[in-house]
Design a protein around this ligand. Structure first.
Ligand code: NI
Ligand code: MN
Length: 216
């Protein structure tokens, strides 16, 4: 399976499932919304650095927005295809099983969320914006190939809590996100990598460059 990083908390998985497309407003992202092709767009919450260009990219691609009920309603009002859901629910869309899980954060529309994405037995957790919480242990219980975790601090977990989250989630691999976009969230991903590697000898941490694509 492939994953491409567009900066902040935005990833494209297997050329079809896009998450939190903050493209035109991201000073560090060199891409344009109309360059991005996808079939499904998962949105964790309605803060502008996550909802971002989701509606525009959905329109360009005739893609389906998957989000909490209240955001899905906004998409439907704009004539965009959408699957509304809520925390704890799971849907099937385009060959993916998409489960919405808790995120400890704030939002204007509905509740903030994370996603567990499953295709052909590969399981990926995108935490959205969240602080550390103990039920991450339950999210990890069925096994995770990859966890996408915020490390930016201030608005989400920082390095120390992201390391603790890794302990609870027990994924094979972690990619840090939600750092370096703005001066107020500027921890070093290399510092996270250093702490991570000293603690988890058998796990992989990958600090992705914007525009980079890897196989996992
Ligand atoms: Ni947020
Ligand atoms: Mn955010």
């Amino acid at each position: 399976m492939k994953i491409k990083y567009f900066g902040h908390s935005c990833f494209l998985i297997d050329d079809e499932l896009l998450i939190d497309p903050f493209i035109s407003g991201n000073p560090k992202c060199p891409f344009e919304p109309n360059e991005i092709k996808c079939k499904i767009i998962c949105v964790t919450h309605d803060h502008p650095d996550h909802l971002g260009d989701a509606f525009e990219i959905a329109k360009n691609n005739d893609a389906t927005i998957v989000a909490i009920h209240e955001i899905a309603q906004e998409a439907l009002k704009r004539g965009i295809k959408a699957e509304g859901m809520n925390i704890g629910g799971e849907i099937s869309s385009g060959g993916w099983k998409i489960k919405m899980v808790l995120a400890l954060h704030s939002s204007n529309l509905g509740h903030p969320a994370g996603f567990v994405l499953d295709k052909n037995g590969k399981r990926i957790y995108h935490a959205g914006d969240t602080g550390l919480f103990g039920d991450m242990r339950i999210i990890g219980e069925e096994g995770l190939d990859l966890a996408l975790l915020p490390i930016g601090d201030r608005y989400t977990m920082g390095t120390k809590d992201a390391v603790k989250a890794t302990e609870l989630l027990n994924p094979n691999m972690v990619i840090p996100m939600h750092y370096g976009t703005f001066p107020v969230i500027n921890p070093s991903p290399e510092e996270f990598k250093k702490v991570f590697e000293s603690k988890f000898k058998e796990k992989i941490v990958k600090v992705m460059k914007i525009g980079e694509e890897i196989e996992f």
